[in-house]
Ligand binder design. Structure first.
Ligand code: SF4
Length: 431
């Protein structure tokens, strides 16, 4: 078996030439976009191979993938189905029709992931310290799926409000192998580290006991940060540097439409609680939605200033546009489909236009601005200042001077990728 990471490596013809099976993992929207781009070339390089696409973004793009020649599409808890696929391909040709369920939520026995075919850990996203120095970061999953059903979330159409726990011992074995490859920090990829708070805490304790110097970050929703605030000091003591939280909006109406189960005021509360515990909060946003107004966008910027969070938010977060993939619960929202254009196979989603053209224009101009600022490697606060001025100009308001204290830089990962958003032009150009 050979493994290629298309985010870091080129499609390799000698590897593909004799392949009987090519299975592409699409764990994120951007990975699915790369897969769609790569499939015609893979078909050329491996004309006899059975094509499989698996992972969170496979089932919702099943129709398109099959049209591109993909014979097996798998989502959810896929490992048993992948094994079944390999076994059936050893049978006569008639067994090439998919017999595995497209989505499985079966409880599987977990094994330690075999990472031996992947590029070195040091080639992946790093932890960046506030002083700009870097540490090698690893990745682990303590759980998969999510018990919540936020309307815009890509986890929901597949996991339907369910989650699966990975046993602590397995996760620890995986962490151990990455520490031996130089990882000094672990980024937990669980959709929500506190879907099972006891499990999350057990994991943090085990990790800290085995590797007292190892730090970590995790994703936890606002509601869980408030409900389990008593656990935060121990997370900090176990090495938690920052928590990513999908705040999405500071407008209660938009939060209601997204079914986030937190209010704008809860965001302030979560900031206070994490600060009290000594953990940085890195909020993420869907800054542009069909319901965003120019005034509402300014309110988001003002809130980041007031909460001194400017250094905690990657500028790309302030240009993110709501992604509406096939299967999104948003499509069930009364009147929402009417706002959408037909499904676009190129972007793997339903494009939409804002009823106020100024909002779309601002988003596009900000996208170009942020790309320029990233190229010039401007500090977050400088980019924020440029966004602040442009957004005020779009709303025909004069931009007040920003206060001197916009917050301190925090630990962060070197690549800001997010699952619920359309990739930016910059991200796609990287491939
Ligand atoms: S946005 Fe977060 S909390 Fe909501 S369903 Fe998705 S993973 Fe769960």
């Amino acid at each position: 078996m050979k493994c290629l990471d298309l985010s870091l490596e080129r499609l390799d013809s000698p590897i593909l030439q004799h392949a009987d099976l090519v299975a592409i993992h699409v764990g994120m929207h951007t990975a699915a976009r790369i897969a769609i781009e790569a499939l015609p070339r893979i078909r050329q390089l491996a004309p006899k191979a059975h094509l499989c696409v698996y992972g969170l973004y496979a089932p919702m793009n099943e129709t398109l993938l099959r049209a591109l020649g993909v014979a097996t599409v798998l989502g959810g808890e896929v490992e048993a189905a992948l094994l079944s696929l390999c076994r059936r391909l050893r049978l006569p040709a008639s067994a090439s029709t998919q017999s595995e369920p497209v989505i499985s939520l079966a409880r599987l026995p977990f094994f330690v992931p075999d990472r031996s075919g992947l590029p070195e850990l040091s080639r992946y996203a790093h932890l960046v310290l506030p002083d700009g120095s870097r540490r090698v970061a690893g990745f682990a999953e303590g759980s998969r799926g999510c018990k919540h059903r936020c309307r815009h979330c890509p986890v929901v159409p597949v996991y339907q409000g369910k989650f699966r726990i990975v046993p602590v011992d397995r996760v620890m074995d995986d962490i151990r192998q990455q520490v031996s490859q130089g990882a000094a920090h672990i980024s937990f990829g669980d959709p929500d580290f506190f879907n099972g708070p006891t499990h999350g805490l057990r994991l943090a304790r085990s990790m800290h006991q085995a590797f007292p110097e190892l730090t970590f970050d995790a994703t936890i929703k606002i509601q869980h940060l408030i409900d389990h605030a008593d656990l935060l000091p121990e997370l900090r003591a176990c090495g938690c540097l920052f928590i990513t939280s999908a705040v999405e909006a500071v407008d209660d109406d938009i939060l209601g439409l997204l079914d986030k189960h937190h209010s704008s005021g809860d965001f302030d509360r979560a900031v206070a609680l994490t600060r009290e515990a000594g953990i940085a909060l890195a909020p993420t946003f869907v800054a542009f939605t069909p319901w965003t107004t120019l005034e509402g966008y300014l309110a988001l910027l003002e809130r980041l200033v007031k909460l001194q969070l400017v250094e905690c938010v990657p500028p790309v977060q302030l240009i993110i546009r709501l992604l509406v993939p096939e299967g999104s619960l948003l499509l069930e929202l009364p009147g929402f489909r009417e706002k959408l254009m037909p499904f676009d196979p190129g972007s793997l989603g339903y494009p939409w236009r804002h009823c106020d053209r100024r909002v779309d224009r601002l988003q596009q101009e900000l996208q170009a601005l942020v790309a320029r600022c990233e190229q010039e490697k401007l500090a977050r606060r400088e980019t924020f200042g440029a966004i602040w001025r442009m957004a005020h100009e779009a709303a025909a308001r004069s931009a007040p001077d920003l206060p001197p204290d916009l917050g301190s830089p925090i630990h962060r990962l070197s690549e800001p990728w997010y699952c619920c958003a359309e990739p930016t032009d910059q991200q796609l150009q990287a491939f």
